[in-house]
Write a protein that binds this ligand. Sequence first.
Ligand code: SF4
Length: 110
Amino acid sequence: MDDDWRAHVVPCVGSGLCCLKARCWVGAQIHGLGDKCPSLVWKDERYWCGEILRAKEQEAEQLKKQLYVGDGCCMSLFNEMREERFRSMSKNQLNEYKVALVSLRRSSDK
Ligand code: SF4
């Protein structure tokens, strides 16, 4: 088995599944433990973390690093919400997805 986890992840499409299933430490600190994080926002046809959207640039970058934003999705299998997002993605979004996938694969080759 390949022990490089990056070879098994795919780009996030903003399905919202992670944040609906369980709050991360940021969401838990703000809202308490639980599921369906109230900070999750729907914008531009996908879900985003509202705390990152509202943060100032430096803090947003720090949060992205701490929450592994951009490092890919490891919950893609049987994720019906993800499939739904794929079905409604624009041509531009699909192209961005392909670019992100190539970038992820390159980083897993290192
Ligand atoms: S704080 Fe942001 S990343 Fe964390 S669970 Fe809530 S919406 Fe998701």
